[in-house]
Write a protein that binds this ligand. Structure first.
Ligand code: KG4
Ligand code: ZN
Length: 322
């Protein structure tokens, strides 16, 4: 629940990590079923701090895409039902715009133009928010998203889902220099599948005695070294790409948002590389998926474009940043 689009009144997140960890990744049908079970209790919990409950609401915003269609439909139908029953304006918002606007929640005085690096499980995008409601795409990934690469490499290393935090943890004591990995950049585009494959081949080429029965490195030291080298290279690729966009646009302010922005090595590298610029990296709970960011993006959208007609249309492959 957000007030004036910028003040978080409540933020309730129903995590599905335990459910999906058992399968090593997200199972769409299970995600939708869990979403359906969680949505009403989560909204009730989010309303609890409001003295007037439902009566205190002025508008409803909901994620329209991108994402898993089953989950998007459940959210859109629920939001539409609330808006109809309470006669409230409703507005469908892009999940990616939500991530961009998490920077604004972290620093509500932030005004465009600014650059945003959006790094999540499904996306790696560098955009310029030219004005509220207007974004230009500067670079994206040609293949895997950064978070996807963390998740896939974690699997190769026998680490649990989600891979990002697991790799970050394993990398702490790892010798990043033991297995040097190549950096990839394709023109203006990011690319992570080559890096993932390089990790795969490095593991394949380890002496047989180093691998367990599942082809995973058996020694914690080797896992840590590979995790550290992968994280180091992935972070370098992201920061190099962002630097390139800064040079092209002359941006003075940059934001790094999305689940991968929770990565400590990335947060540190961005602060170091762009020490002369204004750098916004939201607190961890605003980097990973949350509803507050959808409220913030929706507040701007409602102000600029007014409400949507009834019957929000979901779009699983929506690409929209503002
Ligand atoms: O934005 P998000 O919560 O969900 C999507 O929109 O995808 O991002 C999830 C992604 C996952 O791939 C997860 O492994 C990654 O963010 N992630 C991290 C960290 N925490 C989450 N990646 C690297 N380091 C982390 N600490
Ligand atoms: Zn996300």
């Amino acid at each position: 629940m957000v007030r004036d689009g910028r003040e978080i009144v409540s933020s309730v997140v129903a995590s599905q990590i335990a459910l999906h960890a058992a399968h090593g990744g997200v199972v769409p049908e299970l995600a939708a079923r869990e979403h359906l079970q969680a949505i009403a209790p989560v909204v009730d919990a989010a309303l609890r701090p409001l003295a007037g409950g439902w009566d205190d609401l002025d508008a409803v915003t909901v994620t329209r895409g991108p994402g898993l269609v089953g989950c998007l439909l459940i959210g859109a139908l629920y939001a539409q039902a609330v808006a109809t029953a309470r006669r409230l304006p409703i507005c469908g918002v892009s999940h990616l715009a939500g991530h961009v606007y998490s920077a604004w929640l972290a620093e509500p005085v932030l005004e465009p133009p600014f650059l945003a690096l959006v790094v999540s499980g499904g996306h790696t995008e560098c955009i310029e928010l030219v004005a509220h409601g207007e974004a230009v795409r500067l670079a994206s990934t040609r293949d895997d998203a950064a978070g996807e690469a963390f998740d896939k490499v974690a699997r190769l290393l026998g680490l649990p889902y989600p891979g990002g935090p697991a790799i970050q943890g394993a990398a702490v004591d790892g010798d990043a220099g033991r297995f040097p990995l190549p950096r990839t950049r394709l023109g203006n585009a990011f690319s992570f599948s080559g890096l993932k494959t390089a990790v795969r081949y490095t593991i394949r080429d380890l002496p047989a005695a180093e691998l367990d029965g599942h082809g995973v490195p058996g020694s914690a030291e080797t896992v840590s070294a590979l995790a550290a080298s992968f994280q180091h290279t992935a972070v370098a690729q992201l920061v190099d790409g962002l630097e390139d966009a800064v040079e092209r646009t002359g941006a003075q302010t940059i934001a790094v948002v999305g689940g991968v922005a929770a990565n400590a090595a990335l947060r540190e590298a961005v602060q170091r590389r762009f020490a002369g610029l204004r750098v916004v990296v939201p607190p961890l709970d605003l980097c990973t998926d949350n509803a507050a960011m959808i409220g913030a993006a929706g507040w701007h959208r409602l102000r600029l474009r007014g409400p949507d007609p009834p019957g929000i249309l979901v779009d699983p492959s929506l690409v929209e940043f503002a």
